[in-house]
Design a protein around this ligand. Structure first.
Ligand code: OAD
Ligand code: ZN
Length: 246
């Protein structure tokens, strides 16, 4: 793969890099994306599964769906894309801003990760806000209840219409303002406010690089749009980085 000189120049000069990632980076780990071919939202309705009213209406069904997704995530492994991102830390101040709840960046070893949409492994009581790890919850077929107050326990993910974790989002915005290069990897970048992150980076002068298997509405906004899978392209970018810094 031949990269444009301008991009290689930017890598040479860069001190700080952020990776803004979405479901596409985990596709090669076997986790479905939401939109596009085989996307989850083609078959299932977000308003029935990823929203608080739906949870109150039918908590067992929503819980069961998250249990199913947890199983897929548990059985998945970080792929070459997640691992390459972790390696960037050796060369740059590197931060990951992810919309994914699958914790695969964490399992790949990335140090600083801002999870804008939460983490499927954590849960909390909707009544008293106590947090529960999965091993602290008794798993039956039904939604678990809080052992302190009897409230329903929900996954710690952001549903449609809910606020993002404010401090996490603020930290992500700050790193977007400070970065020299922002990679936008495997995301349709249409869900706001998360999708403000690359806009913030660009307004603050960062070079924007999209990595996606297809052209998106975002492509023309990026300074460089690389077409291919994250697991294929990120290790190739890393090879270039190594050539520059050896
Ligand atoms: P989407 O499903 O909207 O987009 C996934 C993107 O990844 C698409 O643009 C694909 O073309 C691309 N893609 C697929 N496979 C790829 C691969 N191997 N390598 C690189 N790119 C690939 O996912 P997100 O943008 O993450 O929100 O969706 C944003 C939010 O919408 C999610 O966080 C979730 C969802 O509803 C919540 O749950 C709140
Ligand atoms: Zn409680």
């Amino acid at each position: 793969m031949i990269f444009p000189d301008k991009f290689l120049e930017k890598i040479k000069e860069a001190k700080s890099i952020i990776f803004f990632t979405g479901a596409g980076i985990s596709a090669e780990s076997g986790i479905s994306t939401f939109r596009g071919k085989d996307g989850i939202w083609n078959k299932l309705k977000p308003e029935e599964l990823a929203n608080f009213d739906a949870f109150l209406r039918n908590p067992d069904m929503v819980w069961e769906w998250y249990q199913y997704r947890r199983k897929i995530v548990n059985e998945a492994l970080p792929n070459a894309g997640h691992i390459a991102i972790k390696e960037f830390e050796k060369y740059f101040d590197t931060k990951v801003v992810t919309q994914n709840v699958d914790n695969l960046h964490g399992r790949a070893g990335s140090k600083t990760i801002y999870e804008l949409h939460g983490n499927i492994e954590r849960n909390y009581c909707i009544n008293c806000n106590s947090f529960f790890n999965l091993d602290e919850i008794e798993l039956t077929g039904e939604v678990p209840k809080c052992d302190k107050c009897g409230g329903l326990i929900r996954p710690d993910v952001v549903w449609f219409g809910e606020m993002l974790p404010q401090e996490t989002f603020m930290n992500a915005e700050i790193s977007a303002q400070r970065c020299d290069i922002c990679f936008v990897v495997g995301t349709s970048a249409v869900v706001y406010p998360a999708a403000y992150i690359p806009h913030t980076a660009k307004s603050a002068g960062a070079y924007l690089v999209e990595i996606n298997i297809e052209k998106t509405d975002f492509s023309s906004f990026a300074d460089l749009s690389l077409t291919g899978t994250a697991g294929e392209i990120l290790p190739k970018v890393l090879e270039e980085v190594k050539k520059i810094f050896i």
